[in-house]
Design a protein around this ligand. Structure first.
Ligand code: PHE
Length: 341
């Protein structure tokens, strides 16, 4: 045994001062559970007292040598622990940067909540539409001049496929596959072939509303619109219904709200009038009901379509529509403190 220990002592003294990785493996090799030291110790147990005296000293020497070797390489457990606890808890912490909800999403969510609270359900439809759902079923047959009201992006001609110009197409889809009574809103993106400016873009967002039941009247329409605007802009909001024309509603109206002319951006947003049109609405034309096989003698209904950008411009005092779509981080950051509640 003496020889063996001497050999190990020789080995360990010959190992050059090692880096941390080597030190880890030395530790395992010499001090590990099945390492050299524990093997020697179990051999030691079976020695006679006489032999124990001789070898005990040597064994001890060997153990000290191994430990010294490890200490020099700086890998003992204790020093490791000290290193990792060397943290200054008084330093300021780092903050994760959070994103923000897009202003249009904030407004969309607010509007949806108001209508959901009074029983409207959400329904959606495709952005790529056919002629029937975007035009014909809405009382705008081929060559009807009213089609010119909305400059259309066509994807394909004959059969016509196009980017929907309004969310009214979802009305048709919903009426085709459901029976009255029905009460839905459908938020979505719409496209028009318009020059981009501070007040117009080639795509924007609308929320369509549709209500059909027996004996629905214009008074019901007016009531829901005023209720909605008061919830969104406050009880004191000033509104006006202006007679208008849409092929799919009769009578039709446009709704303006009075925003006032308190500052320059009010002038720009409202073209100097103080009023801004924010939606079109009306009683659904009986022809439309007939087109989707709803009995127009029994049922009547109203529809409305409002522009989300217009409302966001008013509420956030933004006088250039393009800001919503450029995704300039300096613009978007301003909405970080707002959430969806
Ligand atoms: N679809 C019309 C538009 O985009 C708005 C509207 C919807 C008008 C529903 C009346 C009824 O201009």
């Amino acid at each position: 045994m003496e020889e063996k220990i001497n050999k190990y002592i020789n080995d360990i003294t010959n190992i050059s001062n090692s880096n941390e990785l080597d030190a880890e493996s030395i530790k395992e090799q010499y001090l590990g559970k099945k390492g050299i030291l524990s093997q020697l110790l179990s051999e030691f147990k079976s020695l006679t007292n006489e032999q124990k005296k001789k070898n005990g000293k040597l064994l001890n020497e060997f153990k000290i040598l191994v430990n010294d070797k490890l200490k020099n390489s700086g890998v003992t457990k204790k020093t490791n622990k000290k290193k990792s606890l060397n943290i200054d808890f008084s330093l300021p912490s780092t903050f994760e940067k959070t994103g923000s909800i897009h202003p249009l999403s904030i407004i969309k969510h607010k509007i949806i909540q108001i209508f959901e609270n009074v029983g409207f359900e959400i329904s959606s439809g495709p952005e790529i539409e056919d002629d029937w759902h975007n035009f014909s079923a809405l009382n705008m047959p081929q060559n009807h001049p009213a089609r010119d009201m909305q400059d259309t992006f066509f994807i394909n001609i004959n059969p016509d496929t196009l980017l929907r110009t309004h969310t009214s197409s979802v009305q048709i889809r919903y009426m085709e596959s459901n029976d009255p009574p029905m009460r839905i809103i459908s938020p979505g993106r719409v496209y028009r072939n318009e020059d981009i400016s501070a007040r117009a873009n080639c795509f924007f967002h609308q929320i369509e509303g549709l209500y059909i039941d027996e004996n629905v009247s214009f008074a019901d329409l007016k009531k829901i619109i005023v209720y909605f605007l008061q919830k969104l802009f406050g009880e004191k909001v000033k509104t006006r219904f202006r007679p208008s024309f849409f092929p799919f509603t009769e009578p039709s109206a446009e709704v303006d709200i009075y925003w006032g002319l308190n500052n320059e951006s009010d002038y720009r947003i409202t073209k100097g009038t103080g009023w801004l049109e924010i939606m079109g609405c009306g009683m659904i034309d009986p022809n439309v009901l007939d087109n989707v096989n709803i009995d127009s003698k029994k049922y009547s209904g109203y529809a409305f379509g409002l522009g989300i950008e217009r409302i966001a411009m008013l509420l956030f005092q933004i006088d250039d529509l393009r800001l919503f779509f450029e995704n300039d981080i300096r613009f978007l950051r301003q909405f970080r403190s707002l959430n969806l509640s």
